[in-house]
Design a protein around this ligand. Structure first.
Ligand code: TRP
Ligand code: ZN
Length: 868
């Protein structure tokens, strides 16, 4: 490390000294040396004659001011300072970049044969020297020049306004984007593609051309993405009244991409994982993921692009809100309960873990070294929960009024989280003063509930306390405004109306103090309380439920999420007991009543298969790990394995019958077909650990006519370590080794292999022809899965997992720091483990911290982890 990376603070925000109203870009594209000419119209805003531009990893080849060569400038590693500037001027800058050597995949790079860009958050500064900050909004025109044969398509933001041929086999296309935008939304793509075209007529009757660009030969994998895009456009009009604003909407699928997708204005660039699907290559989960991500990027057009962020500390303004919108989209199109369950799993698992880690931060961070490190579960998923709480407090109608006011006030500008909350407050009249703390306070609130029934007075009292433990970033915590969604049930399953102070209370209680009591009146029998319905706040709730109450709620709660949550609580109770039993050499056990409760769910004639499948799914090893400190990975694995075998043994007949009943001859991605496959494959995962496992899994693999069933068979074989695992894996790899995206599924199974020699096999797998550490998808599937989803092997007490992690991170630190930084997370949480493991992990982190060329991405995280 040559010099220490500098932290930035939210409180230090100042508006820019200069603004840029127009930017005219010309790209002369060549693999090794692309020339970028950037002509800006610059306007001085403050009394300062020096303009400081951001720029790195490129060569400066010329500066002119108003057509005159300029020599009054200084250049550093990260900035260009231009002196002696007038009030308004035209700035022309020529830079040269090398796309083919750009392995970081930020700025302009090559993905396979195509040129593409990634500018969020701070990638534009690798293309030209610029005011690379989201509050500088300019109108862009972009001319792209390239070889015509290898790059027949030349794309950028906005509308195509002109084009022509040059005499040296090259051609050009000029684009103009009428909507002022920050530099992070700029995009350019050039290459050879197959294109799927369609059209959408907006609610006001305008026709929009839709184009999806995929690698040649992949056209048959694009229709689902197109259908999802059309559904998203329609849904945003119907639910939010928001209409698309250009004549063309383009999506390009690329194989080399650091994240999921990017909402560049009019030209989204997608990780091909979130575009390409057909029934032979994609699972149901892939299909649903594509729908969600296509929706997410489309919804950014209003929440992100038309209204953008003033500074990067406000990232959740666009991301939390857009995640909320994509979750609602998926819930309106599919199963609301299943979507909610899966989103809650993410919060209770990895997001709570992030909150408890050295990287703990509020959804609106206060300090940042590397912005790429803050595209987190906290900013995105907890950010969405915060929006959801506002929705819960206001109701749909007022929430939509708030959205309308927010758009009216801030369209075409760069706004803050406070602006959003103020619009919600002003439109609804609901006081959100205390609620704003959710934006500034990090960590997970712990809420304890106790109840008391007073038969004589016919009152039922709910007593709540809240406390948030200190986090590394923030020692002092305050009481939050927590919307508590509750319901009371009588023994016959009917709802007891909630009356407080003689008035109907509604389901949402405003829990705002450290300690607070709610007294329900007119309660004629001791009720069963359903707490935190719909997971109405991202908190950890502790309430001493009896088994009877949980079994009651599993069946009687008039809300599917509450049924599921009761089931999870019941499972959690016995998981804890069995973990303790394992640790003290006692016998593991599960009462007959619990087994019967799950049998009842499996045999239910009223519940949807998709929902039954969720009810029967045990929590992940990682989620359970979050309940303990120190974490005992082996005990957790044993207890989970025991529970699975116990349920499978008890329900083997019912599971087998269900498994055969649910067989479908034809593959369809209709939601109820997905639901049936989901339940059938959950049955298979249980049956895999019974005597019939080998036979059923092999038969399913051989007869599967779709990737969902193929993968379910392989995954069951992998998890249950069946003898057939090796032959299935070999067959699959023989069939698919030419297709990296499909092989990712196979790499993931190798990465999560529970076998004792998994690490050895993973190392061998790294020389598979389809594997490359240069490709983020491959890396995450094999190596990332090992770090994050193979706890027993990763945390092996001999330290081999940790050593392997640092070997890989040393390589990625050089080639792609952003990917390295996302993969290091499991190591940061070393304090959750026992002494021996803590020392082993610390040793690796210290080794990494001493790397000479440590990127700021890893520097920021490792430093926080070591300083704790
Ligand atoms: N804005 C993108 C999204 O929400 C996130 C993203 C895509 C991103 N690619 C990135 C963020 C690269 C940082 C760096 O979908
Ligand atoms: Zn987003």
């Amino acid at each position: 490390m040559t010099h220490q990376p500098q932290a930035k603070y939210r409180k230090d925000y100042t508006s820019p000294d200069f603004t840029i109203s127009d930017l005219d870009l010309t790209f002369d594209l060549f693999d090794q040396e692309t020339t970028v000419t950037a002509v800006s119209k610059v306007i001085k805003q403050k009394d300062n004659s020096t303009l400081t531009l951001d720029g790195e990893h490129m060569e400066l080849a010329g500066i002119q001011i108003d057509g005159v060569e300029w020599s009054a400038y200084e250049l550093t590693d990260t900035n260009l300072h231009i002196h002696d500037l007038p009030k308004e001027f035209e700035l022309a800058i020529i830079t040269k970049v090398n796309p083919s050597e750009n392995t970081a995949l930020e700025g302009l790079y090559k993905s396979g044969g195509a040129f593409c860009t990634q500018c969020e958050a701070e990638g534009f500064r690798r293309i030209t020297y610029f005011l690379d900050r989201p509050d500088v909004l300019a109108k862009y025109t972009t001319t792209v020049i390239a070889d015509k044969e290898t790059n027949p398509y030349l794309l950028s933001n906005g509308n195509r306004v002109d084009s022509g041929d040059l005499d040296n086999g090259r051609h050009w296309v000029k684009w103009s984007d009428p909507h002022p935008k920050p530099s992070y939304l700029f995009a350019l793509v050039a290459g050879q593609f197959d294109v799927l075209r369609d059209q959408f007529t907006t609610m006001s009757g305008r026709k929009v051309d839709l184009e999806i660009f995929v690698d040649q030969g992949n056209l048959d994998r694009a229709p689902h993405a197109m259908a999802s895009l059309i559904n998203a456009m329609k849904w945003d009009e119907e639910r939010f009244g928001l209409e698309y604003d250009l004549d063309i909407y383009m999506i390009v699928a690329v194989d080399f991409f650091n994240m999921g997708a990017m909402e560049n204005k009019g030209l989204n660039v997608f990780n091909s994982k979130y575009v390409l699907a057909n029934d032979q290559t994609a699972t149901d989960t892939d299909y649903l993921g594509i729908e969600a991500v296509i929706g997410h990027e489309y919804f950014h057009n209003w929440t992100g692009n038309r209204i953008t962020c003033r500074d990067w500390f406000q990232l959740s303004l666009k991301e939390g809100l857009t995640v909320f919108r994509d979750q609602e989209f998926s819930s309106d199109l599919g199963s609301r309960a299943v979507n909610r369950i899966n989103n809650v799993r993410i919060i209770r698992g990895p997001q709570f873990a992030e909150d408890a880690s050295p990287m703990s931060h509020p959804i609106r961070p206060e300090t940042v070294i590397e912005m790429n490190n803050f595209y987190t579960l906290t900013v995105y998923e907890k950010g969405s929960e915060v929006i959801r709480m506002i929705h819960t407090l206001l109701g749909e109608e007022n929430f939509q009024k708030g959205m309308k006011l927010y758009v009216e006030r801030h369209d075409g500008t760069a706004a803050t989280c406070d602006d959003f909350v103020a619009a919600m407050e002003d439109a609804s009249g609901v006081d959100l003063q205390q609620f704003r703390l959710w934006y500034s306070q990090s960590g997970t609130p712990q809420v304890k509930a106790t109840t008391n029934y007073d038969q004589q007075n016919r009152t039922f009292t709910l007593q709540l306390t809240q406390a948030t433990a200190a986090t590394q970033d923030q020692p002092e915590k305050q009481a939050l405004h927590i919307p508590m969604n509750v319901e009371l049930y009588a023994q016959d399953g009917s709802i007891i109306p909630m009356v407080i102070n003689d008035k109907p209370a509604g389901n949402i209680l405003n829990f705002t103090q450290d300690e607070q009591s709610f007294v329900f009146e007119n309660v004629s029998e001791k009720p069963v309380i359903s707490l935190l319905r719909e997971f109405s706040a991202p908190i950890k709730l502790h309430y001493d439920y009896s088994d009877e109450d949980l079994m009651f709620l599993m069946v009687k709660a008039q809300n599917e999420f509450a049924c599921w949550d009761a089931g999870q609580n019941l499972i959690a109770k016995y998981l804890r007991q069995n973990i303790a039993a394992f640790q003290t050499d006692k016998e593991l056990s599960l009462p007959q009543s619990v087994l019967d409760a799950f049998k009842g769910i499996l045999l239910s004639e009223t519940l949807e298969p998709a929902f039954i499948s969720e009810m029967l799914t045990l929590p992940s090893q990682n989620e359970v790990a979050g309940w303990f400190k120190p974490v005992d990975v082996d005990a957790i694995a044993e207890a989970l394995g025991f529970m699975k075998r116990a349920i499978a043994a008890e329900l083997v007949e019912e599971l087998t019958a269900m498994y055969h009943n649910l067989k479908q001859d034809q593959y369809s991605v209709e939601h109820d077909c997905i639901g049936k496959r989901s339940l059938r494959n959950t049955c298979l995962a249980y049956l895999a650990v019974t005597d019939e496992g080998e036979k059923l899994v092999t038969a399913q693999y051989q007869s599967a006519n779709n990737m969902t069933d193929t993968m379910a068979a392989m995954s069951s074989a992998n998890q249950a370590q069946l003898a057939c695992r090796e032959s299935l894996m070999k067959d699959f790899s023989d069939k698919w080794s030419h297709d990296g995206l499909v092989m990712d599924k196979w790499f993931m199974l190798q990465g999560t292999n529970p076998a004792n020699n998994a690490l050895e096999m993973i190392k061998q797998t790294m020389s598979h022809t389809a594997f490359s550490l240069k490709n983020p998808n491959r890396t995450r599937s094999l190596v990332g899965a090992f770090f994050g989803q193979n706890p027993v092997n990763f945390h092996k007490i001999d330290g081999s997992g940790y050593q392997f992690a640092s070997e890989i991170l040393i390589q990625l630190n050089e080639s792609n720091p952003q990917v390295a930084s996302r993969m290091i997370d499991p190591l940061l949480k070393y304090r959750q483990y026992d002494e021996t493991r803590q020392v082993l992990i610390r040793t690796e982190l210290e080794k990494l911290s001493k790397l000479e060329n440590l990127a700021k991405d890893l520097y920021e995280k490792i430093n926080k982890a070591l300083e704790a």
